[in-house]
Design a protein around this ligand. Structure first.
Ligand code: AMP
Length: 524
């Protein structure tokens, strides 16, 4: 039966409780929620507040219960080290429950914060899921991030444990984590109690016991741990984004809404089914990595790819095509920058012609504005739909997109398509009036935000309210600017502070970039 996007969208906006209540039936609950939305204290909304569940159970155990234990959950493909590995749902669950036991041995309790400062290796995913298993709150910091950034995250989260590795690899260089971690531990006012370090092959570093223990040693006397029952509004993780004041903002994700929304997006936005292979070429340190390398694909029960490499240089501009063809990937999600890098190195797609990409059905881009030129280049090369979609760390899933699993919309180059069900997007002008179609203004989302978005900031309710919810009463301010056209397509043109006013014309960085990139000699 053909699905009608506008009918589904309207239902999600007019009756969000009924809509998300039904979607929530698709996830595992220890106790099913009876209260879908608590809106008694705006702007602090609570989804599924009396439900109990577990993030890791929904990512792993549930699929094993459903007879899919021997299916591949995770493919690790690391052109930078030459390693590859596959983990079935059974194997991943065994590793995660064991590591959860190791965390327990190190004294990690439900609600404790655990910082994960790791490269793109399976152990990073195992660590994230193990936290979820025992109800610890992880905070992943991009591996190799500067010491002062790591220190400020240790201080703000008051983490008890840090999980790291001996190093990360970039094309042509090794990023030694040890000195970065040492410096961060010195800078941080809050003192962590324990550190677990994964020694990468041929790159072992010294450990300072008794505070520090290697990954293998931590596992040596660990017992498997089962999933603990967690309240839907307890937190799965904190992910920091840089704040303008220098104090990072701790975006928190509550457990229940996160599972419900992300699982729903896999089919409805990305058209991914359980038997599909999905690849998000991002990093677990960013929101795209959290949501679409780890959580959403595993909640869905499909196969996800963890790629430790770069679009070019590991070893060449054909690596994306090699990975897609080798693992029979259906859809790829990456940033426009990756495609610009490939285009610059291989403008005529010479590498592309070497691979069989018959499994490949769509490319999704996000993270920055996808300029029409790059989209057209990718479309011509790949001969599949290339979809620009818009979202933020704050929301954890797309605010606007082509919902390819519901009803495919036509592409308008330069627009990130229409609002996704759950998001009531408006353009608002400084005088607080709603803009007319095609009129530029601040992009806002009417409250309540749908499940899976941020219910607050870590230990900073006031900052949440003042920063995001106060300039426009009843709306979440995205800090992006743009317009909505007559057909409901959203055009994200810049951050609100990036608009240049020239002789009364409001020029956005996006529009200026678009003009420049149309020139034939400009690659990025
Ligand atoms: P972050 O929270 O770091 O992922 O950054 C989110 C911001 O990236 C958004 O607020 C936008 O400014 C920008 N962004 C993400 N996706 C898009 C897109 N498809 N088009 C335009 N800007 C985007």
């Amino acid at each position: 039966m053909k699905k009608d996007l506008s009918a589904i969208y309207n239902q999600s906006i007019e009756n969000p409780e009924e809509f998300w209540g039904k979607v929530a039936d698709d996830v595992f609950w220890f106790k099913k929620p009876t209260k879908i939305l608590n809106n008694s204290k705006p702007p602090f909304y609570k989804w599924f507040e009396d439900g109990t569940t577990n993030t890791c159970y929904n990512a792993l155990d549930l699929h094993i219960d459903n007879g899919k234990g021997e299916k591949t959950a995770l493919i690790y493909d690391s052109p930078i080290t030459g390693n590859k590995a596959k983990f079935t749902y059974n194997q991943l669950k065994d590793k995660v429950s064991k590591f959860a036991g190791a965390l327990d041995n190190q004294g990690v309790k439900k609600g404790d914060r655990v910082i994960i400062y790791m490269p793109m290796i399976p152990e990073a995913v195992i660590a994230m899921l193990a936290c979820g298993r025992i109800g610890a709150i992880h905070s992943v910091v991009f591996g190799g991030f500067a010491s002062n950034e790591l220190a400020s995250r240790i201080d703000d989260s008051q983490a008890n444990l840090l999980i790291t590795a001996s190093c990360g690899f970039e094309p042509g260089r090794t990023v030694e984590y040890r000195p970065l971690v040492d410096e961060a531990l010195k800078l941080a006012k809050h003192k962590i109690k324990k550190l677990i370090l994964f020694q990468r092959k041929d790159h072992e570093v010294k450990l300072n016991s008794p505070l520090e223990i290697s990954w293998d040693e931590a596992l040596s006397n660990a017992k498997d741990k089962d999933c603990v029952e967690m309240g839907a509004n307890e937190y799965a993780y904190i992910l920091y984004t840089s704040g303008t004041t220098g104090v990072p903002k701790g975006i928190v994700r509550d457990i229940g809404g996160h599972i419900v929304a992300l699982k729903w997006t896999m089919k409805n936005i990305y058209n991914i089914n359980e038997d599909d292979v999905w690849w998000s070429a991002s990093d677990i340190g960013w929101i795209v990595g959290h949501s679409y390398i780890v959580y959403a694909p595993l909640f869905k029960g499909c196969t996800t790819v963890l790629f430790e490499g770069k679009p070019v240089g590991t070893p060449d501009a054909g690596v994306f095509w090699r990975v897609i063809s080798e693992h029979k990937i259906k859809s790829l999600f990456t940033a426009p920058t990756a495609f610009r890098a490939i285009k610059k190195e291989d403008p005529d797609g010479k590498f592309f012609s070497k691979y069989d990409l018959s499994s490949f059905e769509s490319l999704f881009l996000a993270g920055e504005r996808a300029d029409p030129d790059t989209i057209k280049w990718a479309e011509n090369l790949l001969n599949v739909p290339v979809i620009d979609h818009w979202w933020q760390t704050e929301t954890s899933w797309a605010i606007s997109s082509n919902c390819t699993g519901i009803e495919m919309q036509k592409t308008k180059y330069g627009s990130a398509c229409k609002a996704v069900p759950g998001y009531d997007v408006k353009i608002i002008k400084p005088d607080q009036t709603i803009a007319k179609p095609n009129e530029m203004g601040d992009i806002v989302v009417k409250l309540p935000l749908p499940p899976g978005t941020f219910p607050t900031l870590w230990n900073a309710d006031k900052r949440y309210e003042e920063n995001y919810m106060s300039n426009y009463k009843g709306y979440y301010q995205t800090y992006d600017a743009g317009h909505i056209d007559d057909d409901g397509y959203i055009w994200i043109m810049s951050r609100t502070d990036d608009i240049i006013n020239v002789a009364g014309h409001r020029l956005s960085t996006g529009a200026i970039e678009e003009v420049l990139s149309e020139h034939q000699s400009v690659a990025e």
